[in-house]
Ligand binder design. Structure first.
Ligand code: HEC
Ligand code: HEC
Length: 443
């Protein structure tokens, strides 16, 4: 009898392990598919193309305890400085996340932060060079990733902002982004949307919804998007020789040696942020200002396998704003020697955040590497650190493989967590003319 029951429990154990194995497998393969545009467009140039994109309702996420990524040590990353007046808490992160994906924070209830900083597209937009805001309004610049944004001393491509708490208001109020009419209007609207008052009370007891608490909440969510422990970190800082291939190690040699990349994308003794908190002229901005990068016509794909050539003048004519000349740091200092200076971006998770540079001019890393290989674009203010490199084909490939090894270990967890967040869509209870519930005018 006891033999039979032990045999039975033995089978039960095997069965249990079997189920565990399959659950684990399906879960991990589900997670590993998260990263990348919903519709990866492989084979889009063929008329037989079939989309693999999922409707929003088919996409499932999984909430994570993000605060642990802020407090735990991740290889390759230094300890994070958190502002003393905004200690990070779970309540603030959760509130910030809800606000981040709330489309009601835009004038016509359509545009959230997360629609430009798309989680599964590296918290940027992989499919467009420069950001498109409310009602299709064009922006001048490429959307930067928010992964590890907490480590940036300067924000924006021209370094015009310094704190995540303050930065939040710029996209909310920008005419070409979320176009809210004022600080006060935004705050009042939030007060009238059911649920927010309570959530702010939990996160900021006794403070209410105001300019400061709003900024602190979103900043707390952004600050939790920390991602290290990449394959590179495990090898370079963790000493695991098998974490990366020989080609990655060779690529790293190019990065710190012949390529001279490390002189701007710096790395330290115990950590590597790949930023130097400075701005440089690589020639990208100059080339755009001088029209060196643009052709007269653009090939526009209308549907799988269907292309038309469109004169750039026609494309420009439908832009709401005339494309301004983007002079980088000069825009905020007006110092002529600051023309075309742009901030050094981090290279962590770089293979997830195409297209590249402040104007999204390069669509893949090979193009970026070729650009540096040719010594950028010559101009009177070109950084002396940008020179022709004469890299061999092998060296260029290895350099790319090294850059690809910088994807953080928890990326899929961060994306899954974002996908599990509620998307704030207009409901019948919200203040809106269509619901005959406006903000209380002429009453
Ligand atoms: C229309 C698309 C769009 C929307 C919506 C948007 N952003 Fe951005 N974001 C951008 C672009 C483009 C930049 C770079 C602008 C520049 O450098 O001048 C940027 C820059 C940033 C930066 C600076 C990152 C860095 O490394 O410098 C942060 C932080 C940020 N956005 C957060 C937010 C938050 C929070 C929201 C919602 C309140 C938001 N964004 C909404 C497109 C968008
Ligand atoms: C003189 C400093 C400097 C050097 C040297 C340098 N970079 Fe950069 N890098 C920058 C700056 C500044 C930008 C942003 C330029 C812009 O936005 O127009 C940038 C952008 C990039 C980007 C795009 C990042 C993004 O998110 O869009 C990649 C990739 C990159 N560099 C890789 C490299 C590699 C590889 C090397 C070596 C071959 C290198 N860089 C050498 C300063 C430098």
């Amino acid at each position: 009898m006891s033999e039979i029951s032990s045999l039975f429990s033995y089978f039960r154990l095997i069965f249990f392990l079997f189920i565990l194995f399959f659950c684990g497998m399906s879960f991990s393969s589900e997670l590993s598919n998260y990263s990348g545009p919903g519709d990866n467009k492989d084979g889009y140039n063929s008329k037989d193309y079939e989309t693999n994109s999922l409707s929003l309702s088919d996409r499932k996420g999984k909430s994570a305890d993000l605060i642990k990524f802020v407090t735990m040590k991740q290889l390759g990353l230094p300890k994070l400085d958190i502002p003393k007046d905004n200690p990070i808490t779970r309540e603030k992160i959760e509130l910030g996340k809800k606000l981040f994906f709330d489309r009601r924070l835009s004038l016509n209830n359509t545009m959230s932060c997360g629609m430009c900083h798309v989680p599964e597209q590296g918290f940027t937009s992989n499919e467009i060079k420069t950001a498109v805001g409310i009602e299709g309004r064009s922006n001048l610049r490429n959307t930067p990733t928010l992964l590890n944004v907490a480590y940036n001393k300067f924000l924006f491509h021209d370094a015009r902002e310094y704190s995540l708490e303050n930065q939040v208001w710029q996209p909310i109020l920008a005419h070409s982004e979320m176009a809210m009419p004022s600080f006060g209007f935004t705050i009042k609207k939030l007060e009238l949307i059911s649920g927010y008052k309570e959530l702010f009370e939990k996160a900021f007891p006794g403070e209410g919804i105001n300019m400061i608490t709003f900024g602190k909440a979103i900043a707390s969510y952004e600050r939790s998007l920390i991602s290290g422990n990449s394959a590179f970190d495990k090898w370079y800082f963790g000493g695991d020789q098998n974490a990366v291939d020989e080609s990655v190690k060779e690529g790293f040699k190019v990065f710190v040696g012949k390529g001279n990349c490390v002189s701007c994308h710096t790395i330290g003794q115990n950590e590597a942020l790949f930023i130097d908190d400075k701005l440089h002229n690589t020639g990208v901005g100059y080339a755009e200002s001088m029209g060196l990068l643009s052709s007269k016509k653009t090939l526009v794909q209308l549907a799988p396998g269907e292309y038309v050539e469109v004169e750039n003048e026609i494309i420009e004519s439908v832009n709401q704003q005339k494309r301004r000349n983007d002079l980088g740091l000069y825009t905020i200092t007006e110092n002529p020697s600051h023309r075309w200076l742009f901030r050094t971006p981090s290279l962590r998770n770089i293979s997830l955040t195409a297209p590249y540079m402040h104007n999204g001019i390069f669509s893949n890393l090979d193009e970026v590497i070729e650009f540096y290989n040719q010594g950028g674009v010559k101009n009177e203010l070109l950084s002396p650190m940008i020179k022709e490199l004469n890299l061999s084909k092998r060296e260029k490939i290895n350099l790319r493989l090294f850059l690809e090894s910088l994807v953080g270990e928890n990326i899929n967890i961060l994306i899954a967590d974002a996908l599990a967040a509620p998307v704030g869509d207009l409901t019948e209870d919200d203040p809106n003319w269509a619901n005959k519930k406006d903000m209380g005018y002429n009453k």
